[in-house]
Design a binder for this molecule. Structure first.
Ligand SMILES: NC(=O)c1ccc[n+]([C@@H]2O[C@H](COP(=O)([O-])OP(=O)(O)OC[C@H]3O[C@@H](n4cnc5c(N)ncnc54)[C@H](O)[C@@H]3O)[C@@H](O)[C@H]2O)c1
Length: 442
């Protein structure tokens, strides 16, 4: 199969690289010429474990290339994927479809023979039909079908997720398009991964329903964590206790500082908007969004309490700023709420992140970047564990405590325990949904 991938961001690049590894000929397109130049030079513009080797292998095999010439990539392609961004539209929460529709128009002009135009971007119900209309209007002679193929990969585990997916969802309108999609995903059919073939609207809805459900699950345990703090329960025990129930499952039950990232905030907002537009408010999703904002705000108060009521004049070391480990993505990360609150409150803030500096520097003004957590903690009044990178999971707590002016820790990922913090010499330890330690540790 010959595939053109329009948009070479997280999803487009990972999908393009993996499709080429399936044996297809893939040309990845981006309008960001700088990104294409880097890719042509063999440089991966994002941090994603394993992506560089897989990209190198498939470029060397002659199956994968990069260009900013969309027309050349689309000419002769049997499938053209749209993998451009669908950020939140300013003001109303709706998914901004400007990039998708602009790509559709450009594709229309470049089609040379029958092709399936596949939307991989996360888009509201009805968008694939709209893409079809846009292409048909711009090029009435074009012979094409549309397909919806939402992506479920997780940043940080993207290759594994793409190659060994829980499922692939394909929405089509006829057998011809279904056959092209089946050919593209044949390696996964052969390995018995579930490939769900459905209609366009259901495929579009599946993606939003999945993300809204996961956001709700995280937010549920975050809310339970708040109550655990009031009643003296330990949310880690509660998560374990409910997670063994097969109907609930143990994934996405880790209490923390609130969800962020490139998808959940914008997709919950878009689903809420879709509900409002259709006179059917998605009340659970709307509440989830509100509670998640409250969770993040509660974290700031937790840190303020840990600092004795004010950030002013305090030195705070923040470990981890990306929205989760194993990615350099800072989009809607909880750090973007928490760090400015620290800086704005008068704290001197030092941050450490294994991959976050390049993206984070412009987004977190007024902080000092450090390479080493112990250096960041030197003479600090508080250490905040914000993203659970492996580097921060096995810290020498005694060493850390010794470096500090006042050994206090706010562990917003519940990696350590009140007991281990106390044993290491911390004078206070605050976590999420668990017993605090200000002397008596459990
Ligand atoms: N990032 C994720 O984890 C993830 C997971 C599943 C689904 N998605 C969805 O996939 C879509 C893409 O997300 P992303 O994170 O890869 O976005 P991104 O911002 O990383 O990448 C989008 C790319 O598209 C390029 N682009 C925009 N318009 C173009 C055009 N007309 N021609 C060529 N290139 C163009 C941009 O320059 C950019 O490089 C979104 O709808 C998102 O919701 C993302």
């Amino acid at each position: 199969m010959r595939i053109a991938m329009i948009g070479t961001g997280y999803v487009g690049l990972v999908s393009g690289v993996c499709f080429s590894d399936f044996g297809h000929d893939v040309i990845c397109v981006d309008k960001d010429a700088g990104k294409i130049t880097r890719l042509q030079g063999g440089e991966v513009p994002i941090y994603e474990p394993g992506l560089d080797q897989l990209m190198e292998k498939n470029v060397a095999a002659g199956r994968l290339s990069f260009t900013s010439d969309l027309a050349a990539a689309v000419a002769g392609a049997e499938a053209v994927f749209i993998a451009v961004g669908t950020p939140t539209r300013r003001g109303d929460g709706h998914a901004d479809l400007t990039y998708v529709m602009a790509a559709a128009e450009e594709i229309a002009a470049a089609l040379t023979g029958y092709a399936v135009v596949v939307t991989k971007s996360t888009v509201p119900v009805g968008t694939n039909r709209q893409v079809k209309q846009v292409i048909a209007k711009a090029n009435p002679q074009a012979e094409f079908d549309v397909a919806s193929n939402p992506e479920f990969l997780r940043e940080g585990a993207a290759i594994e997720d793409f190659m060994k997916p829980d499922r692939v969802v394909v929405g089509v309108q006829n057998d011809r398009a279904a056959e092209v999609m089946a050919e593209i995903y044949r390696p996964l059919y052969l390995r018995d991964y579930p490939v769900l073939s459905t209609d366009l609207e259901s495929a579009e809805m599946i993606k939003y329903a999945a993300n809204a459900f996961l956001a709700a699950k995280i937010t549920f345990i975050n809310e339970v964590a708040g109550l655990c703090e009031r009643v003296g329960a330990d949310v880690k025990e509660v998560s374990r206790g409910i997670g063994f129930d097969g109907r609930i499952g143990n994934k996405f039950l880790h209490a923390g500082p609130g969800y962020g990232g490139s998808c959940f905030p914008k997709d919950t907002a878009a689903l809420a908007r879709i509900g409002q537009d259709h006179g059917f408010p998605m009340r659970i999703t709307e509440t989830v969004m509100r509670v998640n904002d409250e969770v993040k705000a509660r974290m700031v108060e937790k840190l303020r309490d840990a600092c004795g009521g004010s950030f002013n004049g305090k030195t705070v070391a923040v470990l981890g700023v990306t929205f989760k480990p194993n990615t350099d993505d800072m989009r809607d990360a909880p750090s973007l709420t928490i760090v400015p609150a620290l800086v704005g409150g008068g704290a001197r803030v030092r941050v450490v992140d294994p991959q976050g500096k390049a993206e984070g520097e412009a987004l977190l003004p007024g902080v000092k970047w450090e390479e080493d957590p112990y250096k960041a903690a030197q003479n600090a009044d508080l250490v905040v564990l914000l993203t659970e990178w492996n580097e921060f999971r096995a810290l020498d707590l005694k060493k850390l405590a010794r470096k500090m002016e006042v050994p206090r820790m706010a562990d917003l990922r519940n990696i350590y325990s009140p007991k281990s913090a106390k044993q290491a010499g911390f004078e206070s330890y605050t976590a999420v949904g668990r017993g605090q330690m200000n002397g008596a540790a459990k």
